[in-house]
Ligand binder design. Structure first.
Ligand SMILES: CCCCCCCCCCCCC/C=C/[C@@H](O)[C@H](CO)NC(=O)CCCCCCCCCCCCCCC
Ligand SMILES: Nc1ncnc2c1ncn2[C@@H]1O[C@H](COP(=O)(O)OP(=O)(O)OP(=O)(O)O)[C@@H](O)[C@H]1O
Ligand SMILES: [Ca+2]
Length: 507
């Protein structure tokens, strides 16, 4: 009654309830023969079976596979099949194992870093209780490192001797932890290939190891934007089935010196000030962002400077598109190529409440559509959002639109450009060295207040928020490196399909 069809689907033609359902082999995690003599399986799941073997069907095996649940969640489900003969049962188990062995994109050996202090400090517990058992069931072996200090994972990746033995690197933590892994892997790859990171124009070599994120942070925006939900089990299953999602990475330089990489948000003004304030309140956990967000909103500082950028005129999409980046996105499936005739530079001078570059949507639980809802994960561009000085009321309207269907860019003081490269120079840097001015920052702040008493006190500099970390310079140059890294993800799937299938079948 069974066949494994050519297209790779494991089909049940006859189930106990006479319903037929199929499971894609690519979504089977494992197959296990049941030991009926002892009446139990190693992990005790045997007792949970809703059907018991009968005299006619005394042999059984269990297939664990991916079931789609609500809101992009994936769950691991078991289905048990009963056989009349031992040899038939063996044949099935063997055949499925052979089919699984042919899936070469699946990882077998992973390097795992756990940040025990990220988010609500649940990293270790999340990994041990929810993820490790799934990896074990899928026969994935792991080397696990619980980090002891910030940058432990980054520095370990830069120096660890045999990286080639692994099929991927997994981090358990938030966006900051993911950023550490990106820095470790990208730097290591450039070092191994003799590429100088300090040159802003240098073409970087793409990393071959894929990165998995088990979300355990405060924002988890990378996970949210590549999987659709910040759920540890869902992310573990995407790793097990060997998904692959390329992603753009921005390099940030100051005075021809490399500073940092960014994958999600580079934000000056509002998001820089929120982060700088929230870092002093880490003890508050994820709530620190709401507290500092509210405080920064009330402060209402604006910053003067010059933004220059190279528009991505040759791309198929724009930041005002209505369709977001989803699994199988056409822009992501295009290969990256250096544009033939790169457009000229545009220069905009002004007073800004916020300058944000979103290389991906930056969707997160606070803003389910994100800072730039139509940004693409792997198109070689970033969306540069300029929010000019406006009233508090208008800025609040703009912020609130991030949480609803309304277009946050459809406001007179907001403009958005899809770019490949941009620079920012704060006004007071234009003639002097930024370092000198930073040292005399307070004097300068006071000077501005004296010169313009009517407009309130706005400091000369904000800070750049680079994926949740403060950069030490305000004057920066940014370039997008198309598809520099790959994640164990497939982009956000839609529409979600619900499957509620019988857990027991007969053959
Ligand atoms: C009135 C509601 C307005 C809600 C507006 C929500 C917009 C939220 C947009 C979030 C964008 C997150 C981008 C992700 C950046 C990550 O690389 C980084 C590392 O994890 N996270 C942050 O920097 C963490 C940044 C966290 C920023 C939180 C900002 C919260 C603003 C709250 C403003 C309240 C004003 C209320 C006035 C009555
Ligand atoms: N053992 C450790 N002790 C202290 N800090 C650590 C340790 N391991 C990693 N870190 C640092 O903790 C910072 C925050 O971690 P993480 O990103 O996991 O959580 P988060 O900041 O709460 O979440 P998010 O980045 O999503 O907002 C990271 O920048 C990382 O460098
Ligand atoms: Ca992009």
């Amino acid at each position: 009654n069974f066949k494994i069809s050519v297209c790779g689907f494991f089909q049940s033609a006859l189930t106990i309830d006479q319903q037929s359902h199929s499971v894609s082999v690519s979504e089977i995690l494992a197959v296990q023969e049941l030991d009926l003599e002892s009446g139990t399986k190693d992990d005790g799941r045997w007792q949970k079976m809703s059907q018991k073997p009968t005299e006619a069907y005394p042999y059984a095996f269990t297939v664990s596979y991916v079931r789609r649940a609500r809101k992009h969640r994936w769950r691991c489900t078991d289905v048990t099949f009963f056989c009349p003969e031992w040899a038939l049962c063996q044949q099935w188990v063997q055949t499925i194992k052979e089919q699984l062995a042919e899936l070469t994109s699946r990882p077998k050996h992973l390097l795992v870093y756990i940040n025990p202090y990220g988010g609500k400090q649940q990293g270790t517990c999340i990994y041990e209780q929810k993820v490790a058992p799934l990896f074990a069931r899928a026969s994935i072996s792991t080397d696990v490192i619980v980090t002891e200090h910030a940058n432990h994972a980054r520095d370990h990746l830069r120096t660890v001797a045999e990286l080639k033995q692994y099929d991927g690197v997994v981090c358990v933590g938030g966006d900051g932890m993911f950023s550490e892994i990106v820095h470790g892997l990208v730097s290591r790859t450039q070092k191994d290939n003799g590429v100088d990171q300090n040159s802003p124009e240098e073409k970087l070599v793409a990393c071959s190891l894929r990165i998995g994120i088990i979300p355990a942070g405060s924002t988890d925006c990378i996970c949210y934007g590549t999987v659709g939900i910040n759920d540890p089990v869902t992310s573990a299953l995407h790793i097990i089935v060997g998904d692959s999602q390329p992603m753009d990475v921005c390099s940030v330089h100051h005075n021809k010196t490399f500073l940092k990489y960014s994958v999600s948000l580079l934000g000056y003004g509002f998001y820089g000030d929120v982060l700088a304030d929230s870092e002093r309140k880490r003890w508050m956990g994820p709530a620190r962002y709401d507290f500092s967000g509210f405080k920064t909103f009330l402060t209402h500082h604006y910053y003067e400077g010059t933004v220059s950028f190279q528009p991505a005129t040759d791309t198929l999409g724009t930041p005002r598109d209505k369709s977001p980046c989803r699994a199988g996105c056409v822009l992501t499936s295009l290969l990256c190529s250096t544009p033939e005739n790169e457009g000229g530079w545009r220069v905009i001078r002004g007073k800004f409440l916020a300058i944000n570059a979103a290389s991906m949507s930056c969707a997160c639980p606070r803003s389910p559509k994100g800072l730039s809802p139509a940004a693409h994960l792997a198109d070689g561009t970033t969306d540069l959002i300029l929010v000019r000085k406006c009233s508090r009321f208008n800025f609040l309207r703009h912020l609130i639109r991030h949480t609803s269907k309304d277009d946050q860019f459809d406001m007179t003081f907001v403009e958005v450009h899809r770019v490949r490269r941009f620079r920012f120079l704060p006004r007071h840097c234009q003639n002097d060295s930024e370092q000198d001015l930073r040292e005399n920052g307070k004097r300068l702040f006071g000077q501005i207040c004296r010169d313009h008493p009517a407009r309130g006190c706005s400091p000369a500099f904000s800070s750049w928020n680079c994926d949740g970390e403060i950069l030490p310079h305000a004057a920066i140059e940014v370039g997008v490196h198309c598809q520099l890294i790959k994640l164990f993800a497939r982009g956000i799937e839609e529409p979600p399909v619900f499957e509620d299938v019988a857990a027991t079948c007969a053959i």
